[in-house]
Design a binder for this molecule. Structure first.
Ligand SMILES: Nc1ncnc2c1ncn2[C@@H]1O[C@H](COP(=O)(O)OP(=O)(O)OP(=O)(O)O)[C@@H](O)[C@H]1O
Ligand SMILES: Nc1ncnc2c1ncn2[C@@H]1O[C@H](COP(=O)(O)OP(=O)(O)OP(=O)(O)O)[C@@H](O)[C@H]1O
Ligand SMILES: [Mg+2]
Ligand SMILES: [Mg+2]
Lengths: 256, 256
């Protein structure tokens, strides 16, 4: 059975998409059958792995409104063991269309049920809000990975996020656990970055991954070539840190 | 009559709050009576100007659900001519509570009507989504300022944002104009930043402000001291660029 990991944080620009793409690619390279699902209408994860949005027929939207079966949504990537369910702007319509549907929080979970036996990991990239799409992802997931940027505002929203997780655990998904907090964009040159990392260690020590992702321009360049960092610049600090994160995840979930 | 400027972009982490706080402060220092309204439940703008969220009685939420008059929401800042309407997490409830209210897109506009004669500029900080809160801000505003980070994904969502603006102009706010696109976090050391800036100049030349905000750690540090950059480090590149943006805005709106 696949381990489904949701990547969420309502604070914007903290590295959700960068983590979703590069963790998925690293898991795939470590021979885990991995599916990356883009749950954001901005579709940055879809573009970041090189998929041309105008050239695809069906996207996540068509699956979660039950127009298309899950298997037909899955497309290939540059890595054999990495598959993608792409997104596009029409996904924005989901929130309004499902508003009166009693099952609206379970739509994504029902779609992924069909795929759970075909993958070892399913990674969900979320938009920067606690909207119906993010709630669907948290309801479908077994665990939640929270990227936190090493900047001042980063810790401010964590309380609200953890309260939302608690509510989802109580009402929609009792088995949802927190996989961990990933510190991202640590700029080793600035005091600010180190101060935020120290604060995170003080308040959330037991939740922090050992891996910290440094600020590394290669991570920003890779999506402009439509490639995960492991294919764009395998020796970069960015690639090595997502590799080490993937190993931490495998030890946590596939471990003996 | 106040010029109401909405700062919006559904892409996360592009510098909306940093621009809202520092543009407001610069306008105030240039003797424009300025009101900063925090329309984001994350309330980063409220924290960034040093307001203790737990110590205030009423926030924007209480105003837009008609519980409190606008004047009672306005609080002082460290700058005489800069006032704030703070936000807090309860603002999240607005979307669901107003869902069936026919006037739901106009709630903020009606609230600000009471204040328009007391200010020269009203600046609205938005969350990273095209949700009801952002639509309220675009409906109340005379113009829209779009911060665009000098990173690859930044230009991807602009098309969707401009389509939303067009729809709002047609249905809710015919006088809404685009004040301009502000390039933010330009890292002069990386090719990526310069490439994105060149692309923005190619596609959106007529909309770009002359001012470009460089990546400058002082802008990231200032909110941790609860101060706009002009009070935290007035000689920094960050302070100078927001000063020059304020002058561009004043020339555009208060000009001869
Ligand atoms: N460690 C890093 N070093 C340098 N740049 C990074 C790093 N991680 C992410 N970036 C860049 O920072 C920007 C924000 O990251 P990303 O888009 O992954 O965040 P996000 O949380 O998915 O944003 P959103 O809230 O809009 O979904 C992107 O342009 C990305 O390329
Ligand atoms: N020019 C800059 N140089 C360095 N850091 C910056 C700059 N502008 C913003 N920042 C920092 O980058 C982070 C993102 O900026 P900010 O929070 O203003 O973006 P936002 O668009 O308001 O995010 P959100 O989408 O979550 O509302 C913040 O930690 C901020 O301090
Ligand atoms: Mg993203
Ligand atoms: Mg903000």
């Amino acid at each position: 059975m696949a381990q489904i990991i949701c990547i969420a944080n309502q604070k914007g620009g903290v590295g959700k998409t960068t983590t979703a793409i590069n963790l998925s690619a690293a898991l795939a390279v470590l021979e885990q059958r991995t599916l990356l699902v883009d749950c954001d209408p901005q579709a940055n994860a879809t573009t970041g792995v090189g998929i041309d949005k105008s050239a695809i027929d069906k996207t996540l939207y068509h699956g979660i409104i039950h127009e298309t079966g899950a298997k037909r949504l899955v497309v290939d990537s540059d890595i054999e063991t990495l598959k993608i369910i792409p997104s596009r702007v029409e996904l924005i319509g989901f929130e309004v269309e499902m508003m009166s549907n009693p099952d609206r929080e379970m739509a994504l979970k029902h779609l992924l049920d069909e795929l759970e036996t075909s993958f070892d990991y399913i990674i969900l990239d979320c938009p920067p809000s606690l909207s119906l799409l993010t709630i669907n992802a948290m309801t479908a997931a077994h665990s939640l990975l929270i990227p936190v940027q090493c900047e001042f505002y980063a810790l401010e929203g964590l309380g609200q996020l953890l309260r939302t997780v608690k509510r989802i655990k109580q009402r929609l998904n009792p088995k949802l656990k927190i996989s961990g907090i990933l510190l991202t964009m640590l700029d080793t040159r600035t005091n600010l970055s180190h101060q935020v990392a120290e604060n995170a260690e003080k308040y959330f020590k037991h939740l922090l991954f050992k891996t910290i992702v440094p600020r590394n321009v290669k991570l920003g360049e890779a999506p402009s070539f439509g490639k995960p960092i492991l294919l764009y610049d395998p020796d970069s600090l960015g690639a090595l840190s997502y590799f080490s994160l993937a190993k931490e995840i495998i030890n946590k979930y596939s471990g003996p």
